[in-house]
Design a binder for this molecule. Structure first.
Ligand SMILES: *[C@@H]1O[C@H](CO)[C@@H](O)[C@H](O)[C@H]1NC(C)=O
Ligand SMILES: *[C@@H]1O[C@H](CO)[C@@H](O)[C@H](O)[C@H]1NC(C)=O
Ligand SMILES: *[C@@H]1O[C@H](CO)[C@@H](O)[C@H](O)[C@H]1NC(C)=O
Ligand SMILES: *[C@@H]1O[C@H](CO)[C@@H](O)[C@H](O)[C@H]1NC(C)=O
Ligand SMILES: *[C@@H]1O[C@H](CO)[C@@H](O)[C@H](O)[C@H]1NC(C)=O
Ligand SMILES: *[C@@H]1O[C@H](CO)[C@@H](O)[C@H](O)[C@H]1NC(C)=O
Ligand SMILES: *[C@@H]1O[C@H](CO)[C@@H](O)[C@H](O)[C@H]1NC(C)=O
Ligand SMILES: *[C@@H]1O[C@H](CO)[C@@H](O)[C@H](O)[C@H]1NC(C)=O
Ligand SMILES: *[C@@H]1O[C@H](CO)[C@@H](O)[C@H](O)[C@H]1NC(C)=O
Ligand SMILES: *[C@@H]1O[C@H](CO)[C@@H](O)[C@H](O)[C@H]1NC(C)=O
Ligand SMILES: *[C@@H]1O[C@H](CO)[C@@H](O)[C@H](O)[C@H]1NC(C)=O
Length: 826
């Protein structure tokens, strides 16, 4: 009786829990990770098996046009299974080195009737065979071969299971001297050991968004069945009589197919195992890593270790599942997962200099990751960010400059400012210290500000003479000292100004008072490109109603005339050139309209320039509501939360719900743009946890978390910070903070600082369905270089309180909110 009664009570209880009636906090966050989010529609994520920051990243490579991360769910054909990848990047595909390809047998048992060249051998996969979980990727080819893979730090382990019905009892694996972008250069080599089957070799490749080249080495071993024979292939022919190959690129702009093969005497039901270690130093090092990391070809042990590493990385954060649709949990934890795929830990693999420091690569690019990815990791994984900062500073030490973008041991292209300055300032201000040589870090950022590199296309800043003498980067600058694409004068000026703001922050402790003064002054250079007369018309001729924009300015002081909406999302000209091309605009990958908000250090000054908080909010609403900005590119991130500075934190909350999940959903096509090494993932994570950074400052802007509560244990201090929503409404009708307490005390500021995490504070937000006065007074606003002026006295701006127009409609989470409800004019 007792037992039965208890049983049925438990049943009732667990169904209530499933329905979200009782709160539960997530424990094993891995179950919410979906690596396929962003595997279609240009997310370009790497969806395969990797350790956190791992160098070995194993996945199936496809030939779809957006295969930058190796695999996509867009229906391409599989060309092979390779071990090195980047994630979420644009441009040409990155890495994809040293692919295996499996055959159950060669037709007629004739070696020469297996298909070797990548273009010819590729085949479809079985769509619903894909299985991707942390540390694991599995897929079945239309040939019936099932491939599974898992990884250690520098080593992948593949398991290929061949159909038992296949004629051949002699499966073949080939290993190709190729990469995704077909960038292989001359004189790649491959050697096959006749007795052990071990394949070693190397090849030189090009980086996917940078200058120079790099050499990758490998060491492959096999298990699961006895070796029948092995050898090399070139083009469409193979021979077991030849064990060594050296091969050119060829003159036809495509690397000649070449590599090694191995055949087995049987087709074991447990599959054939292929282990491949990679190195940037030597094949010997690749072999040593493989032997030590996966000594006994134990697939499940390797997989278990990878899974535990991820479980550990995701463990400091827990959210309440109360009432929320599990798709939101998936969105959140998958975003978090993606923040730890890149950068990659290449410690011990750097051939460029010898150093006792750590070495990280695939900062791809800091222009993307400074905004919220690295700040997010500073909360969740500060020990790793500390190591990354040490690596950046060591890169400065040996290459002479901090990188802006770095991949495959090469210098990537700089998109705007020297944004490593923001990364360092952010880490410094938030107290990262272990082993960081901050004096050298400060020296590095000052060099960015003072010394012009010969190639500012790859490091530092261009136009520094003009920057210092004129206070802006002129359109068509005269710059004979260093070289880079002579465009982006407005966005570069704005980014340089914020870089200088960040240097001034660091200078307060690390530099002189002269430095503080100098860089604070230069941080105001953004004002020099404000053209008060600039009007903006929509492409149908209608006046936007806004006057005064940043604009390019020539050296002689004459204004340039870029339309403020060019390169915006609504620019109808498909031929407008907006990126790094030398015919590009004065703004990078975005419009004057959007860059019109990029003054992260002096929002108060910007608000004044735009005519006060009401006008500022109108302009910010217009930017979002008219689709001028696009959340799929990183400059949009901060604009979602800049309402805080105008005393309207409620509108930041409203805006973040407008974008999530509408533009970020837990589906394969669910990302609005390239994930950019996890930058988009971090936007989702920080927006949903309700604290968004203004990077380079000790500031998190408060909005209600998307969950009833969020807890984050600081890995540094072991203390747990908690944000709790009182009156939590899982339909997100009540997303406005009415009042707050911090550690039990009344709290009205609309921001808080990093001590919240390190000291494990508790923030309780009481929510309501209407905008309130919480966080709206000047004294509640985040810090800004200038004083806030033109604000009302203790209330939000004129006529905007509690009115119908600010009341978000209830109903379903998505859909009810039309863009006109979000903003429109006040
Ligand atoms: C979930 O976490 C919150 C915040 O740490 C805590 O207040 C709450 O009691 C927890 N709920 C459960 C069911 O453990
Ligand atoms: C994949 O290969 C199949 C047959 O080999 C071919 O019919 C199909 O068009 C290919 N798909 C793509 C996207 O190239
Ligand atoms: C099957 O294998 C045998 C020997 O291994 C070979 O003689 C025969 O041609 C094969 N058949 C096909 C259809 O490949
Ligand atoms: C490639 O090999 C050829 C033939 O051995 C040699 O002449 C050439 O110098 C090599 N090229 C490079 C870049 O090593
Ligand atoms: C959860 O969200 C998904 C995706 O938005 C939706 O399809 C599903 O209907 C939702 N489930 C519930 C119970 O609301
Ligand atoms: C990077 O690799 C080095 C050497 O193996 C190790 O000491 C360090 O802890 C790693 N760091 C991270 C964040 O993976
Ligand atoms: C300044 O330079 C621009 C660009 O070369 C030129 O179009 C403009 O006429 C010049 N203005 C004056 C006042 O010389
Ligand atoms: C903005 O884009 C959305 C689609 O994302 C569309 O529904 C909306 O009508 C657009 N708004 C304007 C003003 O064009
Ligand atoms: C601002 O508020 C204070 C205190 O509520 C009041 O004394 C003062 O008159 C107000 N000033 C203005 C300009 O409204
Ligand atoms: C407040 O509204 C009145 C009337 O609409 C307007 O005249 C005044 O300029 C507004 N004040 C501010 C600070 O926007
Ligand atoms: C929200 O504001 C509206 C309009 O002022 C008012 O009718 C409604 O009662 C308010 N709701 C709450 C919960 O205060």
């Amino acid at each position: 009786m007792m037992m039965a009664a208890r049983g049925s009570l438990l049943l009732v209880f667990s169904s209530l829990v499933q329905n979200g009636v009782f709160g539960q906090n997530t424990t094993d966050n891995l179950q919410y990770v979906d690596q396929l989010i962003g595997s279609a529609n240009g997310g370009n994520v790497f969806p395969g098996a990797t350790l956190p920051y791992g160098m070995a990243k194993a996945v199936a490579d496809v030939d779809s046009p957006s295969n930058q991360g190796g695999f996509t769910t867009e229906g391409g054909n599989i060309t092979g299974f390779s071990t090195m990848h980047d994630s979420g990047t644009g441009g040409s595909p990155s890495l994809g080195n040293f692919a295996f390809f499996p055959y159950a047998s060669c037709p007629g048992d004739d070696l020469n009737r297996c298909t070797y060249p990548k273009k010819a051998r590729k085949i479809p996969y079985v769509p619903d065979s894909i299985k991707a979980t942390p540390g694991y990727f599995g897929i079945t080819l239309s040939s019936g071969v099932a491939a599974e893979m898992t990884t250690a730090q520098h080593t992948s382990l593949f398991r290929f299971k061949f159909p038992s019905t296949s004629n051949g009892t002699s499966p073949l694996l080939l290993l190709d001297l190729t990469d995704l972008a077909d960038s292989r250069q001359d004189n790649a080599s491959m050697s096959v050991d006749a007795d052990t089957g071990r394949m070693t070799g190397n090849a030189r490749f090009l980086p996917s968004f940078g200058s120079g080249n790099w050499v990758g080495y490998f060491c492959a071993d096999f298990g699961g069945a006895d070796i029948r024979d092995n050898g090399i292939f070139v083009n469409s022919r193979a021979s077991a009589d030849v064990k060594d190959l050296k091969i050119t690129r060829s003159i036809n702009n495509y690397p000649l197919p070449g590599g090694g093969f191995i055949r087995f005497t049987s087709n074991p039901t447990d599959g054939i195992l292929a282990r491949i270690g990679v190195s940037l130093i030597s094949s010997e090092q690749a072999c040593a890593s493989a032997e030590s990391e996966i000594p006994s070809f134990d697939f499940s042990a390797t997989h278990d270790l990878a899974e535990s590493a991820w479980r550990e990385k995701l463990s400091p954060i827990s959210v309440s599942t109360t009432g929320v649709n599990s798709s939101l949990l998936t969105n959140f934890f998958s975003g978090i997962y993606r923040t730890m795929v890149n950068p990659q830990n290449y410690t011990g693999e750097n051939p460029l200099w010898s150093s006792s420091e750590l070495y990280f690569d695939s900062f791809y690019c800091l222009w993307d990751s400074f905004r919220s990815q690295l700040p997010f990791l500073t909360i969740l994984d500060p020990a790793s960010v500390t190591q990354m900062v040490r690596s950046l500073i060591d890169t400065y030490e040996h290459e002479g400059w901090l990188p802006d973008c770095r991949m495959s041991l090469c210098k990537g292209y700089t998109q705007g400012g020297s944004n490593a300055d923001v990364v360092l300032a952010d880490a410094y201000i938030k107290g990262l210290s272990a082993g960081i040589d901050w004096d050298k870090g400060y020296e590095a950022v000052v060099k960015d500000a003072e010394v012009e590199p010969y190639s500012w296309s790859n490091e530092g800043r261009g136009g520094l003479d003009s920057w210092k003498s004129l206070g802006y980067i002129p359109t068509q600058d005269f710059d004979y000292k260093g070289f880079g694409t002579m465009t982006r004068s407005v966005s570069r000026s704005l980014e340089y100004a914020y870089n200088d703001f960040c240097i001034a922050q660091m200078a307060a402790n690390l530099g002189s008072s002269t430095d503080v003064e100098k860089y604070t002054e230069r941080s105001a250079n953004w004002k020099n490109l404000y053209y008060a007369e600039q009007k903006s018309y929509l492409f149908n001729g209608q006046d936007t109603g806004f006057t005064g924009f940043f604009q390019g300015k020539y050296m002689n002081g004459t204004w340039h005339s870029q339309d403020p909406l060019w390169c915006s999302t609504i620019d109808p000209d498909p031929n407008r050139v907006c990126s790094l091309q030398n015919t590009g605009q004065e703004t990078f990958e975005s419009s004057l309209w959007e860059y019109g908000f990029y003054v992260p250090g002096d929002q108060a000054g910007l608000i004044s320039l735009y005519g006060g908080p009401t006008a500022f909010v109108q302009r910010l609403n217009y930017l979002h509501d008219q689709n001028i900005t696009y959340i799929g590119n990183e400059p949009a991130f901060l604009t979602v939360f800049q309402y805080h500075y105008a005393g309207r934190p409620a509108l930041s909350a409203l805006r973040s719900h407008f974008y999530i999940p509408r533009f970020f959903s837990p589906t394969n096509a669910g990302l609005p743009g390239n994930d950019d090494s996890g930058a988009m993932g971090s936007f989702v994570a920080m927006s949903m946890m309700g604290l968004f950074p203004n990077p380079g400052q000790n500031v998190y802007l408060i909005t209600p978390p998307f969950f009833e509560s969020v807890s984050i244990r600081s890995p540094v201090t072991g203390k747990t910070a908690t944000i709790r929503n009182a009156n939590f409404d899982p339909s997100y009708g009540a997303i406005y903070i009415q009042s707050a307490t911090l550690n039990g005390a009344h709290y009205t500021k609309n921001w808080l600082d990093h001590s919240f995490f390190t000291e494990g504070k508790e923030l309780v937000l009481t929510l309501g369905r209407n905008e309130s006065t919480w966080g709206t007074r000047v004294e509640d606003l985040p810090p800004s270089l200038s004083e806030y002026v033109g604000f009302g006295n203790g209330t939000v701006s004129n006529g905007t309180m509690g009115g119908e127009r600010w009341r978000r409609r209830g109903g379903p989470r998505m859909g009810a909110l039309e863009s006109r409800d979000v903003g429109g004019f006040i």
